[in-house]
Design a protein around this ligand. Structure first.
Ligand code: BGP
Length: 478
């Protein structure tokens, strides 16, 4: 019977700012993520409509302590080893390495921290997959340049890349340049450290920032290959196929356009140029991108080796304003979607569509013909700790099982090349969308609550043992 390849990278994924904590320890500088508050101001700040650049405010900032992986990483990676992880996707916090974003001398304490993290991984045979920038832009560079809307961010990012590539070239083989690069169009302060001043055109700022990230990504790919000839560098997309609400051709067209909007930055990273329709669309929106001849050359030289993506749900859209008026915000106000009556939803209103994962994978492969890597997939849910300390999470197991089954069909029946599967949040961590702690994804429960209380004790949930079995059987025993 056909099986996953023996070197298939099973594992889990986190982001520094959502789990590390220690935001001002070990010489770490401040980043945008440290000033995005918990509570009702979160989305206005994340979307760049409200400016908040200090930590003096009375709000609670979830990234400050998070689940304190900064001090617990040995215990946490040992638990990942116990599950049997082959791969741990994590991110390096830019400001642990260059506290002001572009320092000439890197922060040795930060470099030593990740050295130790990678050594722990290798101790358990876990391959690190590193996101170079997972939603963190150094505050010092936001003050200096206004974030990624300024082209000088490209050099700062490259400086950071050169430091980490040279330092970790013998420890890390798989890299991602930017987490969910398309997300900056929805959460520009989180994705690119940009905010909007009175009278500015947000579209112009967002597309300019995106262009600079594309140039930076391409240069990083080239640099990585020079320093580490055997490495693989990928892009990363917040994926999820758009479905037409009906078979009305206008709805079908609306879904196609929505997909294009979602894909166009990845098109640029895979083909080294903007698709022609994207240029036309920018033109119509009055957006002018300064894409120089040099940028075009750089983008062609730095195309990615593989396409990674997160998948939580499919999305549905329509051309009918009446239908669109009833679309929900999917629980985190990021991707507006029309409710699909064929799907259930999570407690946070994210629709659950395992078949959509197979459809999305096939679309991505048809479009790009590059190896794929699922680097996020999971269910955010409330968990209950029983009086005896156990945590029963059959809902999480059911979600992951159903998605892995579809992933299996995509690989074994459709023949798609897939490097691995790192589910999101193997250990409970802070939600990016809402800043909450109670939206839990983990196999490992962390005693930390929304109000900041908790002992930080780690506990194995039922899903911990289930995933262990999945990996041990290389996906046979679901
Ligand atoms: C993705 C991000 C992650 C993660 C995940 C789950 O968009 O890359 O950082 O947070 O979504 O979303 P949430 O935390 O809002 O539940």
């Amino acid at each position: 019977m056909a099986q996953f390849p023996t070197n298939f990278l099973w594992g889990g994924a986190t982001a520094a700012n959502q789990c590390e904590g220690g935001y001002n320890e070990g010489g770490r500088g401040l980043a945008n993520v440290d000033v995005v508050p918990f509570g009702e101001d979160r989305f206005p700040v994340a979307s760049g409509r409200m400016k908040m650049l200090t930590c003096d405010d009375a709000h609670e900032y979830p990234s400050h302590e998070a689940v304190d992986l900064y001090h617990h990483y040995k215990e946490d990676i040992r638990l990942f080893g116990e599950i049997g992880f082959k791969c741990y996707r994590m991110s390096i916090a830019w400001t642990r390495i260059l506290p002001n974003g572009d320092d000439d001398t890197p922060n040795e304490a930060g470099l030593a921290f990740y050295d130790s993290v990678f050594d722990e991984c290798h101790k358990y045979g876990i391959e690190p997959l590193v996101t170079i920038c997972h939603f963190d832009t150094p505050i010092a560079l936001i003050r200096k340049y206004g974030g990624w809307k300024d082209r000088r961010m490209v050099n700062a990012y490259l400086k950071y890349c050169a430091v980490i590539f040279n330092r970790y070239k013998n420890k890390v083989r798989y890299w991602l340049t930017f987490n969910e690069i398309n997300m900056l169009l929805h959460m520009p302060f989180i994705g690119a450290g940009v905010y909007f001043e009175e009278g500015e055109n947000p579209e112009q700022i967002k597309y300019t920032a995106a262009h600079h990230e594309l140039v930076a990504s391409a240069k990083a790919v080239k640099l990585a290959h020079e320093i580490m000839p055997d490495c693989m560098v990928g892009c990363m997309l917040a994926a999820g196929q758009y479905y037409p609400y009906t078979c009305n051709p206008l709805d079908v067209q609306a879904a196609m356009e929505a997909d294009r909007d979602n894909y166009f930055l990845i098109d640029a990273q895979v083909y080294g140029e903007y698709p022609v329709w994207a240029l036309k669309r920018m033109e119509r929106a009055g957006v002018r991108i300064d894409c120089t001849a040099e940028d075009r050359r750089v983008m062609k030289e730095g195309v990615v080796d593989f396409v990674s993506f997160s998948y939580y749900s499919s999305r549905t859209t329509s051309a009918d304003p009446e239908v669109l008026a009833h679309q929900s915000q999917g629980g985190n106000a990021v991707f507006a979607t029309v409710n699909n009556p064929y799907l259930d939803e999570s407690e946070w209103g994210w629709q659950i569509d395992p078949v959509g994962l197979r459809i999305t994978m096939n679309s991505l492969y048809d479009r790009y013909r590059k190896p794929l890597f699922i680097v996020e997939n999971g269910l955010g849910a409330n968990d209950t700790v029983e009086p005896d300390g156990s945590i029963h999470d059959p809902y999480r197991i059911a979600y992951l099982r159903a998605h892995i089954e579809e992933m299996k069909k995509a690989v074994l029946e459709d023949g798609l090349p897939l490097l691995g599967y790192t589910m999101w949040g193997p250990i409970d961590l802070v939600s990016n969308g809402t800043g909450e702690m109670k939206k839990r994804y983990g196999f490992i429960y962390v005693d930390k609550q929304n109000d900041g209380s908790g002992t930080l004790e780690r506990r194995r949930k039922d899903s911990f043992y289930w995933y262990k079995k999945v990996i041990a059987s290389n996906g046979e025993d679901l």
